[in-house]
Design a protein around this ligand. Structure first.
Ligand code: AMP
Length: 215
C-alpha cells in the first residue's frame, strides 16, 4: 500500500499522516521532518537545505530525491509507506513513479486564508515533533508537550512572510500534481477544514470506500 498525502502547507497533513500511518501499519515518510532532522544534526544535506527552508523555498529536487530514495529502500517500506510532503514537484512525482508509484493520493485541501491562520498558531514539540495549535488544539500546559514534556516552539518558517512564500511555491510547483493524479484516477479529495477528528473521519471514509481498512 503506497499512499501519498498531498495538500498545501497547514492543511493538517502531518497530524493526519501520523494517525493514518498507525492505523494502516505502514511507516510515515515525512520529508519536512527528515530535512529538519538533517539541519538539527548538522549533516551535509542539512547545511545545503537550511537556507532554502528558512526562506520558504523548496529544497532542490536532487537532494530531496536522493534522501527519499534511500528511505524507501529501507526494509520497513517494503510492504508500503505513507508519503507526507513528497512529491512536491513534477520531477519528484516522476521519480516516485520509478521508485514505487502511488496506489492512492489523498488530497487534503483548505482555503488560502485558513492556511495562514493555521500556521501562525501552530506550535511544534522540540522533543517528539507533536503538533499543537494555540486555539484549536492547545497543550494542557502552555508551551509544554502533553506527550513527552518537551518544549513547544514556533517553526522558523511558520512566520507570516515565510508562509506566504511557501504558499506561492505550493501553488506554482506542487498544485499541478493534483491534475496529474486526477488524470490517473488516483486522486481522492478530502476537505481539510474543520477539526482534527472531523477530517480524520472523512479520511477514514475514503479508506473504507477503497477497501484499505475494514468497513
Ligand atoms: P513541511 O514540513 O512539509 O512544510 O516542509 C518544510 C520545508 O522543507 C519546505 O518548506 C521545504 O523547504 C522543505 N521540503 C519538505 N519536503 C520537500 C520536498 N518534497 N521537496 C522540496 N523541499 C521540501
Amino acid at each position: 500500500m503506497q499512499l501519498v498525502l498531498l495538500g498545501p502547507p497547514g492543511a493538517g497533513k502531518g497530524t493526519q499522516a501520523r494517525r493514518l500511518a498507525r492505523k494502516l501499519g505502514v511507516p510515515r515518510v515525512t520529508t519536512g521532518d527528515m530535512l529538519r532532522g538533517h539541519v538539527k544534526e548538522g549533516t551535509d544535506l542539512g547545511a545545503q537545505a537550511r537556507s532554502y527552508m528558512a526562506r520558504g523555498d523548496l529544497v532542490p529536487d536532487d537532494l530531496v530525491v536522493e534522501m527519499v530514495r534511500q528511505r524507501l529502500e529501507a526494509d520497513d517500506c517494503r510492504d508500503g509507506f505513507l508519503l507526507d510532503g513528497f512529491p512536491r514537484t513534477e520531477v519528484q512525482a516522476r521519480v516516485l513513479d520509478d521508485l514505487g508509484p502511488p496506489d492512492l493520493v489523498l488530497y487534503l485541501d483548505v482555503p488560502g486564508d485558513e492556511i495562514v491562520r493555521r500556521l501562525a498558531g501552530r506550535r511544534v514539540c522540540q522533543g517528539c515533533q507533536a503538533v499543537y495549535h494555540l486555539e484549536h488544539d492547545p497543550p494542557r500546559r502552555p508551551g509544554v508537550c502533553d506527550r513527552c514534556g518537551g518544549t513547544l516552539e514556533q517553526r522558523e518558517d511558520d512566520r507570516e512572510e515565510v508562509v506566504r512564500e511557501r504558499v506561492r511555491r505550493y501553488r506554482e510547483q506542487t498544485e499541478p500534481l493534483v491534475a496529474r493524479y486526477r488524470r490517473r484516477s488516483l486522486l481522492r479529495e478530502v476537505e481539510g477544514t474543520g477539526g482534527i477528528e472531523v477530517v480524520a473521519r472523512r479520511l477514514d471514509a475514503v479508506l473504507r470506500a477503497e477497501g484499505l481498512v475494514p468497513g
